[in-house]
Design a protein around this ligand. Structure first.
Ligand code: F6R
Ligand code: MN
Length: 189
C-alpha cells in the first residue's frame, strides 16, 4: 500500500504549489534557444535572470500502470512578442499521452505532431482540459497578466525527452499581436 503522502496531496491553485513538495525552478537562462527572437532574449538576459516557471512533481511509483503528475506555474511576461513559456518536450516513451487541466490564469499550449510537424494551439485555463496525444511535442505559454497554473498527469514511464526540442525547436511560436496570442511559423517571425 502507498503511504498517505502518495495517496493524497494538497495543492494551491493560485500559488501552483503542492504541500511538502519542493518545486523545480526554471529561469530565463534555462530557456536559451527557446525564443525565436534572439536579440530580445539577450536584452532580457542582460536585465536579469528571473524565474519563468516552477513545477511541483509527485511521482508515487514507477510501475507499468502508475501515474505521475505535476502542478506548474508560469509567470506572466514576454520576451519581445513571445510569451513566457516552458522548455517543452516529447515523452521519451513516445506513446505516452498526457492530460493538462487549467487551474488559474490564462494560457495556450503549443502542440506539434513529431511525425507530420502539424502544429496547433489549445487554450489552457480554468474549466479546460487539454489532451496531449502520444508523439506530440508540447510547450505551455502564459498569455495572460496573472500567473498561469495547471496540473499535468501522465504515465509514470513517459519520461521526458528535451533533446529533440533543443536540437530542432518547435516549428511555430506563439506571439502577442494586437493584445492576442497568435501562432506563426518560427522562420516567419
Ligand atoms: C510532464 C509535463 C509537465 C511539464 C511542465 C514543465 O510530462 O508535461 O508537467 O513538465 O509543464 O514543462 P517542461 O517539462 O517542458 O519544462
Ligand atoms: Mn509532458
Amino acid at each position: 500500500m502507498l503511504n498517505s503522502a502518495a495517496l493524497l496531496s494538497c495543492f494551491d491553485p493560485g500559488l501552483g504549489t503542492i504541500a511538502g513538495v519542493v518545486p523545480v525552478k526554471r529561469c530565463l537562462s534555462d530557456l536559451r534557444g527557446c525564443f525565436a527572437d534572439a536579440t530580445a532574449y539577450e536584452q532580457a538576459r542582460a536585465a536579469g535572470n528571473p524565474v519563468i516557471y516552477t513545477v511541483a512533481g509527485v511521482e508515487p511509483g514507477g510501475g507499468e500502470g502508475d501515474l505521475h503528475y505535476g502542478v506548474g506555474l508560469i509567470r506572466p511576461g514576454r520576451v519581445g512578442a513571445e510569451y513566457f513559456m516552458t522548455k517543452g518536450h516529447l515523452h521519451a516513451w513516445r506513446a505516452a499521452a498526457e492530460v493538462y487541466i487549467g487551474l488559474s490564469g490564462r494560457g495556450v499550449m503549443l502542440l506539434e505532431d513529431e511525425v507530420t510537424g502539424e502544429s496547433r494551439t489549445a487554450p489552457l485555463e480554468p474549466h479546460r482540459v487539454v489532451y496531449v496525444p502520444g508523439g506530440t511535442a508540447h510547450r505551455t505559454m502564459n498569455t495572460g497578466d496573472a500567473p498561469l497554473t495547471y496540473v499535468g498527469i501522465y504515465p509514470a514511464k513517459a519520461g521526458h525527452d528535451y533533446g529533440a526540442i533543443a536540437r530542432n525547436n518547435f516549428r511555430c511560436v506563439v506571439v502577442e499581436r494586437d493584445g492576442r496570442p497568435v501562432m506563426v511559423e518560427r522562420n516567419q517571425l
